[in-house]
Ligand binder design. Structure first.
Ligand code: NAG
Ligand code: NAG
Ligand code: NAG
Length: 300
């Protein structure tokens, strides 16, 4: 058994999910609706309303869905398991092909608490280096991965799509801050993949290890590297080295300690964010009036 197969088998056992096939989709043009569509007969990509130079389009019904694959949002209860599978399949695939990636933003905050996606989050954020994005663009653009997932009858197919604008390094390319996406072709949910690049201007000014993102986030190399190994949603994941500092800078110190957030309370025993069930205020009882009109039946 080669190391590669061993790693793959390990992951598959660990995950109970199994990538069954992988092939390059023969897609031409700019991955237009008609090239990639699965079941829909109308494009809801939002492409029509977007500027010409914007590569990825968010759906007409919600910014965290790809309208080429879905016509509507999925239910709130269904969303979390779909996002979890999205994350697991992404991490497993990246490990499998040897593409280095790490989680950031809301996903890193979820990791901080219980190594899970925050249940109120509707997106997942990961980052890659310039080397990785070039590698994905060259060898894996528009590849599809079919996963068998527990409890999902026909499995699910995920698509890796790389933005051709990834070669433009600066923030002036405002329309294309997302360099790649990992897309669930069943629901249209996706992971945003953004690249962290060296900021040569800052380095020339003496800021050692200055890094930048097209979404305007700035880091230092020592904030992120060397990456740490951990788990997220049960899968191996990489974490930026100074995770606590990065989280504090982005969300404030309190985000790391406050256990009540977004209608959820963190349960230290179950290690889960549990929804705060706000009880519906009881209906005010009508006072009993001695000569009340008899109730009339109103069919509307
Ligand atoms: C990825 O493939 C799509 C569809 O063919 C294409 O539009 C896009 O430019 C490609 N991205 C890169 C980085 O080559
Ligand atoms: C790169 O560094 C320069 C100089 O510090 C700064 O002005 C610029 O905003 C940085 N670029 C990005 C994209 O962060
Ligand atoms: C927290 O989780 C534990 C274990 O699942 C459970 O027994 C307990 O009732 C939970 N606490 C609250 C306040 O819901």
């Amino acid at each position: 058994m080669t190391l590669h197969t061993a790693a793959r088998t390990c992951l598959a056992i660990l995950l109970l999910i199994l990538p069954v096939c992988r092939h390059t989709a023969f897609v031409r043009g700019d991955a237009d609706f008609l090239d990639v569509r699965t079941s829909l007969n109308r494009d809801r990509s939002g492409k029509g309303g977007d500027p010409k130079d914007k590569y990825f389009h968010e759906s007409t019904f919600h910014p965290h869905y790809d309208g080429r694959f879905a016509a509507a949002q999925i239910g709130k209860e269904e969303r979390l398991p779909h996002l979890t599978a999205l994350m697991q399949t992404f991490l497993a695939t990246m490990a499998d092909i040897g593409a280095e990636t790490w989680i950031m933003h809301g996903s890193l905050l979820g990791w901080w608490w219980n190594q899970k996606i925050l249940p109120w989050d509707s997106d997942i954020d990961v980052q890659v280096s310039e080397t990785t994005i070039a590698f994905l663009a060259k060898y894996y653009n528009m590849t599809e991965y079919h996963f068998r997932l527990p409890g999902v009858e026909n499995g699910r197919t995920y698509l890796m799509e790389v933005n051709p604008h990834y070669t433009i390094r600066g923030v002036e390319d405002k329309l294309n801050v997302i360099d790649a996406r990992w897309i669930d072709t069943e629901t249209g949910l996706f992971i945003d993949i953004s690249t962290v690049r060296a900021n040569y201007t800052a380095r020339a000014e003496g800021v050692q290890g200055a890094l930048m993102c097209k979404d305007k986030h700035k880091y230092l190399e020592q904030d992120i590297f060397p990456l740490r190994d951990s788990f997220f949603e049960g899968i191996h994941v990489k974490i930026p080295f100074e995770y606590a500092t990065l989280l504090e800078e982005e969300y404030g110190k309190k985000a790391l300690t406050l256990t009540t957030f977004e209608q959820h309370k963190f349960n230290h025993t179950s290690k889960l964010w549990e929804p705060i069930l706000t009880s519906v205020p009881p209906r005010r009882k009508r006072p009993n009036r001695p000569f009340r009109k008899p109730p009339t039946f109103n069919p509307s």
